[in-house]
Design a protein around this ligand. Sequence first.
Ligand code: NI
Length: 177
Amino acid sequence: MAKLPIRQYPHPTLAAKAEVVTVFDDELRKLAEDMAETMYAAPGVGLAANQVGVLKRIVVIDVSEDKSDLIVLVNPLILSTGGELVDHEEGCLSLKGLYEHLKRPSKVKVRAQNLEGAELDIEAEGLLAICLQHEIDHLDGTVFIDHLSRLKKTRACTKLAKLRREEKREKDKKADE
Ligand code: NI
């Protein structure tokens, strides 16, 4: 397994539409393993292939407390959403350090394939429902701040730029020591 570099916003693969997976081979399994390792190391609860620069429709998710419930979804599709719109704070490994309030449906039904190509259906609510929507968005080139109003998105980008400047300053300081 290998940890992959996570592309940071606004890297072009984050805005690109990923392609449908048609070949279920060792290469795909290796990608899923590497993505899982990358997600756990980050640490994060989900990762889409776009975020590691691969334009294939595959996501890995684990919202369990003890990181024991890895879900790998190939070609996931949202069949329906329901429930109430829940206000929550969302973040993303490709927009490191940025958290914004967002509203999303609390329930979701997803159809996907596993690494062998077999079809599976998932009905989710809570954090998993949010995470599924967030990761499937990535496959269509959408990041979570794209759901904000134009004004709020501009503010979020300014905040992100500031976070990165601070991070760089810290790094430079450490290098000088
Ligand atoms: Ni994300």
